[in-house]
Design a protein around this ligand. Structure first.
Ligand code: NDP
Length: 329
């Protein structure tokens, strides 16, 4: 069993006298910065001169350019998109001082050695297992949220303690901070994203439309009713199999017996899942993603356009209209 740290295992004193630069004021940046400030930590924001900056100004934070914020900080927390971190890092690398700590919310750049910080800084991962809005909400309501923590480089001798201080500052040690590694976080995160969940849902939609069912009613059943959210909550609270008791006996029979793959199909399915892990571990995915970023996200823009043009989207809009939703959350 991996180690898990709670409030009693963490002390804010390791980070209280430090200047903490939050680089990026997006989903995670805003929530983590607000939580840390409410925990009494000394926060400055480093960001581009854009909408994020306007929000940070409204939230009354001291604002600097990314280079300035990094140069005055003892702790630099990178909360910008993974694929832009290498370029941003190159511009501040020469300013890093001994004893400084670099914090990442994703293992990507360190695991793939896309950046290689000097050996005199601490390098840690503090990765909330929670979307940005949830990081703030669960701080305010006092429930906390789980995170992963990992130490890649312990130059100060106190990297874990400092990392746990930050974890307490964002409110995560209330729920549990699990000891992990940059490699583990990267593989897990990417693996789940590469499973093709969106396409699987759309495939089911297409088959049921082809079978003559009403498109709006299919989408209602597949995800739009919100029932899936309640089921996901039950899974996370009761357990994958224990939550079955909330479903009808017909549903239980269908889920446990009818849906079970044959031994051969099970082996084939696992082989395909291993291929996904291999594609992440051997660096092929990372190379593809960096090349995509360097091309100006051409394939991503094209496929987004194609996917948004799918019949499912038109049906979804109709359904959302009926349900009185604007699709903007
Ligand atoms: P966002 O996309 O929400 O925010 C990114 C921030 O970086 C914004 O302020 C954005 O500014 C700024 N930014 C974008 N491009 C650049 C650039 N080229 N140079 C400088 N700043 C830039 O990111 P997230 O908060 O979602 O993710 C941040 C990190 O947290 C990532 O490492 C991610 O993997 C990790 N993470 C995210 C989770 C999530 O739920 N979102 C969960 C756990 C970890 P602008 O607004 O102008 O684009």
């Amino acid at each position: 069993m991996t180690k898990c740290f709670f409030d009693k295992d963490a002390s804010l004193s390791y980070v209280k006298e430090k200047t903490i630069a939050i680089i990026g004021y997006g989903n995670q940046g805003r929530s983590q910065a607000l939580n840390m400030r409410d925990s009494g930590l000394n926060i400055v924001i480093g960001c581009l001169d854009d909408d994020s900056q306007t929000t940070a100004v409204q939230d009354n934070f001291p604002i600097y350019s990314i280079a300035e914020a990094s140069s005055i900080a003892d702790i630099i927390v990178f909360l910008i998109p993974d694929e832009v971190i290498p370029d941003v890092f190159r511009n501040l690398e020469t300013e890093l001082e001994e004893g400084c700590m670099l914090v990442f919310a994703s293992g990507f750049n360190i695991y793939y050695k896309l950046i290689e910080p000097p050996n005199f800084v601490d390098i840690i991962l503090l990765a909330p297992r929670m979307i940005g809005t949830g990081v703030r909400e669960n701080f305010i309501n006092g429930r906390g949220f789980p995170s992963l923590i990992a130490v890649e480089q312990n130059a100060s001798g106190f990297a874990l303690e400092r990392g746990l201080g930050l974890a307490k500052g964002i409110g995560s040690t209330k729920r549990g901070v699990f000891l992990s590694s940059f490699e583990e976080e990267t593989i897990l995160d990417l693996f789940l994203e590469h499973l093709g969940g969106l396409y699987a849902v759309r495939r089911r939609f297409e088959v049921l439309v082809e079978a003559g069912l009403n498109p709006e009613i299919i989408l209602l059943e597949l995800y739009a009713s919100g029932e899936g959210v309640a089921t996901a909550k039950a899974v996370s609270e009761l357990g994958l199999w224990e939550q079955l008791k909330l479903h009808s006996r017909t549903s239980q029979f269908g889920q446990e017996i009818t849906a079970k793959l044959s031994i051969d199909d099970d082996i084939r399915s696992k082989k395909n899942l291993h291929k996904i892990v291999d594609n992440i571990r051997n660096g092929n995915f990372a190379k593809d993603w960096i090349a995509e970023k360097n091309s100006g996200y051409q394939r991503l823009s094209a496929i987004r356009e194609e996917n948004l043009d799918h019949y499912l989207i038109k049906v979804e809009r109709n359904l959302f209209n009926i349900l009185g939703r604007n699709g903007k959350g």
